[in-house]
Design a binder for this molecule. Sequence first.
Ligand code: CDP
Ligand code: CDP
Length: 207
Amino acid sequence: MVIAIDGPAASGKGTLARRIAAHLGRPHLDTGLLYRAVALALLDRGLPLTDSAGAARIAEALDVATLEEDRLRSREIGEAASLVSVHPGVRGALLDLQRRFAAQPGGAVLDGRDIGTVVCPEAEVKIYVTASPEERARRRFRELAGRGEPTTFDDILADILRRDTRDSERSAAPMRPAADARHLDTTSLDADAAFARALDMLPAGVA
Ligand code: CDP
Ligand code: CDP
């Protein structure tokens, strides 16, 4: 069984995907890390984020061992990931890797922006996670402040709104709910409550 969890930045999709995967004993892939890793590799090589051919080459040779890097979680790399993720060559190069992950025996849980629409349109379960921009900015602010990153709530909110617009308006695999996705608004739900709601969305006998 493949479980596809999509949604905008800091909506809580990663936390939810990790918890569902642990609960079902299935592997989990945070696909945002793939785009973040491509962006980081470009920056480390001194290449501009607009270099679509360079970005696609990096995506084709992506080493999943680099997904552990702490630097991937920074605010700068989140923004850079959104800029490199518009290149169709990057998206195409990452598609196989994501589909192979989803095809593991017993299934998998993947979270991102286009899992239910493009990567795994046949997924048995699709959940589209949302929360208000202000609540998402509060969450991301707490997270980045906890990492010791100097930032302000207003800057994070501006990042989130800009990224929402870019991710949903790009022509290659824009962020949007699949027609058959269940919607989960976590604005007033903590991670435990969101998990409890999501369990109700799994097919009978699975949870
Ligand atoms: O954790 P957060 O939601 O802030 O970001 P992320 O999931 O790590 O994704 C970073 C960026 O990668 C997003 O803003 C998207 O532009 C891009 N992305 C994508 O295009 N498709 C995916 N399946 C996952 C991420
Ligand atoms: O993966 P995504 O960017 O959508 O968000 P996340 O990394 O799952 O969650 C962002 C932050 O919000 C984390 O620090 C979570 O612990 C927190 N969170 C929350 O406060 N309430 C939720 N319902 C889900 C996550």
